[in-house]
Design a protein around this ligand. Sequence first.
Ligand SMILES: C[S@@+](CC[C@H](N)C(=O)[O-])C[C@H]1O[C@@H](n2cnc3c(N)ncnc32)[C@H](O)[C@@H]1O
Length: 494
Amino acid sequence: MSALLPLARDRAREENPPKAQTPRRRPAAEETRAGGGMGGSSASPCDLEREFAPQISQLLATPPLQSAQEYYDGLIQSRKHDGIRVNFSSKHGKGVCANKDFAEGDLILKDQILVGAQHSLNKIDCAVCSYCFRFIGSIEFQIGRRLYWQSIGSSNDCTNRRHCHETDVGSSASSSGATKENNNTLPEEVLGSLITGDMSLPFTDHFSLPQVVGCHGCEEERYCSQSCADSDWETYHSLLCTGSKTEPSRRSALQKFVEHANGSNDIFLVAAKAITFTLLRYKKLKMQSEFQKNTDESNFSLLMEAWKPLSMGFKKRWWDSVALPEDVDSCDEDSFRQQIRDLAFTSLQLLKDAIFDAECAPCILFGVYKISSFEDYFIHIDDLPDDEKEEAEKVTRPFLDALGEDYAAPCEGTAFFPLQSCMNHSCCPNAKAYKRDEDTDGNAVIIALEPIKKDDEITISYIDEDVPYEERQAQLADYGFVCMCPRCQEEKPN
Ligand SMILES: C[S@@+](CC[C@H](N)C(=O)[O-])C[C@H]1O[C@@H](n2cnc3c(N)ncnc32)[C@H](O)[C@@H]1O
């Protein structure tokens, strides 16, 4: 037991950066279109794409260097990350450099999520704030609801489990502990009293979590504070809320969109947030512009401005950038990409039915975040002096046994981190993404692995760098490049 705990913790805290998500299910072979070309070259199945082709290509064009530099300088200044700057080079495009010396272990950056969502199936394992992804409720609440889900069904399809105030939507995300078979169930009344707070576990007062604040529209989103609820509403959720305050036809259209995302890939839920982020920013900019009687500003230039934070990270469309799944032969790549592109357009069409705004018609990246779960609580119990541990374990052991081997399932999701996503890879990195004890929300935390001198490039590893050269290069092929870092140059076979 003691040996297992720290291992699980290390796994949860080290984070690898973005790799485009593969769709949940490989489209069936009989659905494959004959002669389907690559995403960019064949006729688009989307009427908006055809109608607004010039505007879309402007939105997706690489931003001019000067505008990108100004954007990143402004972002770094507004977030007070004076230790770094974003540089542009002809070799690797954007990169992050040190603006001062860092010592080993120093915090380099805490990067706030721009757009992100918890994986749908992971919502069974962990209840987190829908805006900042901090754990909410109490340790009892977290354990109780997880065991409750575990007790009512352990199939991987959670679409049948649509109550318990959750957005229980299936997705591409791998679910962890709660969906595994575990015969070790506890009585429902015990789980109920954990969830309602009627039952307390020993020492949980050392691990207090923020109280749950519900969305005032739906019962599906929950927050750690009113300020997170308000920010989520202003930034994305006012257009995506499926609660009773939403007009019925829009609500039903949104539900259809969510259902489709459930059955295919929850990256579409993140994409929907990226779109609503842009739409709501656009509306705000337009109001400001009207207030300032700024008649020179066209609607499209306001839309470009609203989209800017996302455009800075845009490289390729999703269907052109997902790694080819292992079970798809390279000669089937074109039709694979065509099928997932069609899937994305179906999703977009469903979203459009729900939130269409004619002025924003032409306007659609990401990392992975993990936050450790209530494992710290069980580690604390495990580390107690023997007599206290024995006493506490009389209460906690049945819960730990019932949770099973994967009790430490962290919160997992997909998110776009504007600054971390500028960091290039090295197989001998000088920094890494790592959650310290105090890092309880979804933001990315970058720590120096060694002393870093001012002006040095800050690099992280996108993969497990402790594997041999060939394996590293194979993994990096999914990111679309051959690594030529000093270590790879040295280890490259002649
Ligand atoms: C997360 S982004 C890093 C920022 C990126 N350079 C940019 O301009 O946006 C990852 C992409 O950067 C490039 N990249 C990162 N590390 C690299 C390396 N060591 N060698 C070559 N290209 C690299 C690859 O194109 C990769 O897909």
